[in-house]
Design a protein around this ligand. Sequence first.
Ligand code: BES
Ligand code: MN
Length: 457
Amino acid sequence: MFDLIEKLKEHLRHASVSTDSSFKQGMAGSRTFLSDLFSEMGLSVEIVDTDLHPIVLAKRGGDPKWPHVIIYGHYDVQPADPVELWKTEPFSPIEKDGRIYARGAADNKGPQMAHIAAVAELLEENPELPLRITFLIEGEEEIGSPSLLPFLENRREELSEADLVLLSDTLSPSAEQLVVTVGLRGIVVMDVEFEGPNSDLHSGLHGGAVYNPVQALCEVCASLHDEGNRVTIPGFYDGVTEVEDWEREELERLGSSESEYKRFLGLDSLHSLDGYTPFEAIRYLPTLEFNGIGGGYQGEGSKTIVPAKAMTKISCRLVGSQDPEHVGELVKQAILDRTPEGIKVRVEMGHKGAPYLVVPPGKPNSPGDMPARLKQAFEATEKAISSEFDKPPLFLREGGSIPIIADIKNVLALDSVMIGLFLPEDNLHAPNESMNLEVLKKGIRVSKKVLEAIAGG
Ligand code: BES
Ligand code: MN
């Protein structure tokens, strides 16, 4: 078996930032790292070209009667910015206090390593293990997986005969309480640009005569929610599903406290949709968020202008049967309709992904026709987590998005077993990201037990 910590550190040294083309070398380095590791483990590796960042596909074949698990992960990471807020170098992993600090340590290189290490150990212990395994590690997750859908469609025949997908790219509330994620929110993102006069104007000469695009944008943005934080676009909430009683019970067992949550965020108050707790709102409701806003002078001091332009970036998180394409169009149309005369508006759609939900076995609304191997995987996961972590897992929907999981369901008709291996304090997408090594090591044992159970039929 390879040295887990050394291998993880090696992977983390590759700055695989997918959104920024100046990190091409880090992306390539990360792929080479994975393909070497998989080859050492005796798997056959294929680097599948895409328009952007190739996919690493590694296979252990075998008897077609053996169960077949696809293990998903992503080798791309978020940018390290703002780099000045890091206490250590983002791409020079440091081990400290039972954690490894580096960009991508938790999202997703650490958690994916749990499954890689589990497979390496299992195959070493039992080279005859009756299990087929396909690692599908993509490089475009953090930018919306644009290449994954065409890839899945191309490989439908080969991949859809698998039994299930296993992954760890979701959150657990603490190192003691793991979550099996049974739902993900969908997403649709867009760029909005407002254009007023054909150049910045002297606000003394022209201010008061023209519609200021920053003002217009603020007015339109402000109109999109009411005082109860409800999105004011007709039809926006169509398709939002009811929350089952068992889901509310799981959430209660989670026992989140609003005051602790506020303290964690450094906030005096929260702002969720009227009638819902913040914890329900994160998991069960859609949102319309402004991810950024700009326009006009942003430098030191003042500058008396009517700016020519203003912009904002919007993302909507979706649940139930909300269709990203449709919701995106609704939002776009509302913005166009509400833009005042005198302003030219451009709305450009970005990436999107559908929501995902799988009801695990043993719940009142579990599907009666759940495939046996998937059912077995869920049951083995519950058992393995209960023994490794003392507490049984909670089965919860998650507020984040992994668009590929719904695509896999739609194209390959496969469900996913998602074991949450990162924690709130891991600083995902933020400075000083880290991975708890104890959780990682327990995660390996959980993954081994799950894979063994699936192999054992
Ligand atoms: N691992 C996260 C998804 C996630 C985050 C799950 C938090 C559970 C809790 C993933 O890498 C991610 O950040 N996804 C993006 C998707 C987007 C870029 C399409 C997200 O959720 O913003
Ligand atoms: Mn991730």
